[in-house]
Design a binder for this molecule. Structure first.
Ligand code: HEM
Length: 226
C-alpha cells in the first residue's frame, strides 16, 4: 500500500516536471529568437571569417547561448522530453552535452580572435573568469559522467555519484547563465546602451536566458527528489 502511494507521488512529479520543460522551451526559443534579432538586425551580423571584427565578435554570444547553454539545457531535459529506453536517453544526453561543449569552444575561439584583431587584452573581466571556470568544470563534469555512467561500475558507485552529478550539472547551468548575463551587461555597457529599443531588447534577451535556466533547473529538481 505504502509503495503504491509512493509510486503515484513520484509519477505525478515526473509529469509536472515534463510540463515544466514546456516553459523551458518557450523561454529558450524566445531567447534564441531575440539573440538572432539583436545580432543580425542591430549588431551587423554573425560571421567567423570576417575582416569586420564586430561580426567576428557576434559569433561569441550567438554560440555561447544558442549553442552551449541551449543545447546543454536540452541535454538536461532529455530524461523528460525523449520517450525512449533509459540507455537511449543517456546516449542522447551525452552527445548533446558534447555538442554543447564543441560549440562553446568555437564561441570562445571567436572572442579570442576578436580580441586579437582589435588588440584588446585577454581574460581581464569577471565575465571571462566566470566563463572560463564554467567551461573548465563542464569538461570535468562530462568526463566524470562518462566514466561513472557509461562504463561498467558497481551499482552503489553509480547511486552514490548520481546526486553529485545532478547537483554539479545544475550548478554549472547557473554558472553559464551568470556568464551569459554578465557578458550581455558588459557588451551593453561597452556600446553605451541606455533607454532605447535595443537596450530593451537586450534586457528581454537576458531575462529569457535567465528564465530558460530557471525552468530547466526546476524540471530537473522536481523530477528527482520527490
Ligand atoms: C556561457 C556563456 C559565455 C561564456 C562561457 C563566455 C566566456 C568568455 C570568455 C572566456 C571571454 C574572454 C575572452 C578573451 O579574453 O579573449 C569572453 C569575452 C567576452 N564575452 Fe563572453 N562568454 C559567454 C557568453 C557571452 C554572452 C552571451 C555575451 C553577450 C554579448 C558575451 C560577451 C562578451 C564580451 C563583450 C567579451 C569581451 C570582453 C571580456 O573579455 O570580458 N559573452 N567571454
Amino acid at each position: 500500500m505504502h509503495s503504491t502511494h509512493h509510486h503515484v507521488v513520484v509519477s505525478q512529479y515526473k509529469r509536472s516536471a515534463s510540463r515544466l520543460t514546456i516553459f523551458a522551451h518557450v523561454f529558450g526559443i524566445l531567447a534564441f529568437a531575440l539573440m538572432l534579432v539583436w545580432l543580425l538586425h542591430y549588431r551587423g551580423g554573425i560571421e567567423y571569417d570576417s575582416y569586420n571584427a564586430v561580426r567576428v565578435f557576434n559569433v561569441h554570444p550567438f554560440l555561447m547561448f544558442c549553442g552551449f547553454i541551449f543545447l546543454s539545457g536540452e541535454a538536461m531535459m532529455v530524461y523528460k522530453t525523449v520517450q525512449a529506453t533509459h540507455m537511449v536517453q543517456k546516449v542522447v544526453h551525452m552527445i548533446l552535452q558534447l555538442l554543447a561543449f564543441v560549440l562553446a569552444v568555437v564561441g570562445l575561439c571567436a572572442v579570442f580572435k576578436y580580441h586579437d584583431m582589435t588588440n584588446i587584452e585577454d581574460v581581464y573581466s569577471l565575465h571571462s573568469w566566470i566563463g572560463i571556470a564554467a567551461i573548465s568544470l563542464f569538461v570535468l563534469q562530462w568526463l566524470a559522467g562518462l566514466i561513472t555512467f557509461m562504463f561498467t561500475q558497481p551499482d552503489v558507485t553509480r547511486q552514490s555519484l548520481l546526486p553529485w552529478h545532478i547537483c554539479g550539472g545544475r550548478t554549472l547551468l547557473y554558472m553559464s547563465i551568470v556568464a551569459a548575463l554578465t557578458g550581455l551587461l558588459e557588451k551593453a555597457t561597452f556600446i553605451g546602451l541606455r533607454s532605447n529599443r535595443e537596450a530593451r531588447l537586450v534586457n528581454f534577451l537576458g531575462l529569457s536566458i535567465l528564465l530558460f535556466g530557471i525552468f530547466v533547473d526546476l524540471s530537473v529538481a522536481l523530477a528527482r527528489y520527490v
